[in-house]
Design a protein around this ligand. Structure first.
Ligand SMILES: [Zn+2]
Ligand SMILES: [Zn+2]
Length: 409
């Protein structure tokens, strides 16, 4: 577990602020659950046979002899709260996010701490592929806002519970000749073969990897509805310009995943290169005592994101507009236009002093403005302003009366 010292804490806050801004853009609301939960919650949701439950949780009896654990992940607590407070009755689809520490007693190494931090989201209440695509797009947006615009997104599907089971059985059969022989699978995988066979795909051991090359693939065991669903998600990601790599070996070790699963990784990190991951978990809520409720979500490892992004400056979450008024009259006009824009939900700011255009442009860049509006005396007389797009570096003249048209922002 490590301290986050003041210099670093500023970077953390910036990353978290950016994440919050993006959650806001997608209409996700924050939920804060306790750090401590009943141990049974994690056993029932993550799975008794997973490494997390078997080896990694900080579990103990409290003074009332209750079995409790520091939360090792965020999904189970959010789902517990969703059920406990009947949030499904409040909105048909609940879009929730959380930011906070998680705890796992693992062997520490670069990018793996025992108290680590996650920025996560859960969208509960719909089986729509639009929701899968939305949650992936949201995750990628937050990573980009935290300075990681160049992650690799791996994508796979585990199908429904039936498909997953058929695949597990096929895998078991195909690997049966190896499972008995001593040494052909590593010690961990020999155990996984019996209890949680999909976890074999997470093994880094050469022998185990070789054994899996010719193994069956989940894609051959999908039912019509699951493969159609997966195709739709891919189409939507294509339409949104989100690049992905189809990765049939991506299985995610937690029991509750069904349907689409995904993971983002970054080249700056060594063997622990995943910075974010998630997927659909349509059976978890029912498994925890609720009615059958489809859901999906992701978690971003903040520690790893900041490690991977080291050296790249994390810009403040973008303003839609930075207004530069040159001269007193122009400043006044800017102020009134900004007031009108803010009531329409446009995030904007103006230069406050009479500094040069150049230094104000630099400031606009530093605050992450997407567009800059420049208004001088000449333009003011003509009733126009210069609108500069900071990304394409192009500018054009627009009429002042059109500035408050929200289609621009
Ligand atoms: Zn299926
Ligand atoms: Zn192995």
């Amino acid at each position: 577990m490590s301290d986050i010292l003041p210099d670093e804490a500023a970077v953390w806050r910036r990353a978290e602020d950016n994440a919050r801004a993006i959650f806001g853009q997608y209409g996700y609301q924050e939920i804060r659950t306790p750090i401590l939960e009943e141990t049974g919650l994690f056993k029932r949701s993550i799975g008794e046979e997973t490494d997390i439950v078997q080896k990694q949780m900080y579990s103990f009896k409290d003074r009332g002899e209750r079995d409790v654990s520091l939360r090792p992940e965020g999904t189970a607590p959010v789902v517990r709260a969703y059920l406990e407070h009947s949030l499904g009755n409040v909105l048909p689809v609940q879009r929730l996010y959380y930011i906070g520490p998680m705890f796992r007693n693992e062997r520490p190494q670069a990018g793996r701490l025992r108290q680590f931090h996650q920025i996560g989201a859960e969208a509960i209440g719909s089986p729509s592929p639009y929701l899968d695509a939305e949650i992936i797009s949201l995750m990628m947006g937050i990573l980009a806002a935290c300075g990681l615009g160049d992650v690799e997104l791996k994508l796979n599907t585990l199908g429904c519970a039936k498909d997953k089971k058929a695949f597990e059985q096929a895998l078991k059969k195909a690997l049966a000749p190896l499972a008995g022989k001593v040494g052909s699978l590593c010690e961990d995988c020999a155990k996984r073969y019996e209890k949680n066979i999909l976890r074999l795909f997470d093994c880094k051991n050469d022998g185990c990897r070789k054994a899996l090359v010719a193994a069956p693939r989940i894609t051959d065991y999908l039912c019509g509805s699951c493969s159609g669903q997966f195709d739709r998600i891919k189409e939507l990601l294509d339409a949104a310009g989100i690049k992905y790599t189809l990765t049939p070996s991506l299985v995610r070790g937690l029991d509750y995943y069904t349907g689409v699963v995904f993971e983002a990784s970054h080249k700056n990190l060594g063997s622990q290169d995943a910075v974010a991951a998630g997927g659909r978990y349509d059976n978890l809520i029912e498994g925890l005592g609720g009615s059958s409720t489809p859901a999906c979500g992701f978690a971003i490892g903040t520690d790893r994101v900041l490690l991977a992004a080291k050296g790249t400056e994390i810009k403040k979450a973008g303003l839609d507009l930075f207004f530069i008024g040159l001269g007193d009259e122009a400043q006044k006009k800017a102020f009134s236009i900004l007031s009108a824009l803010r009531t329409k939900g446009v995030a904007c700011q103006m230069g406050l002093d009479e500094k040069s255009l150049k230094s104000q442009m630099r400031l606009a860049d530093r605050v992450g403005a997407k567009k800059v509006l420049i208004l001088g005396d000449e333009e003011l007389k003509k009733g126009v302003a210069l609108l500069r797009d900071m990304e394409t570096k192009t500018q054009k003249e627009i009429r002042l009366e059109d500035v408050t048209d929200t289609h621009l922002w």
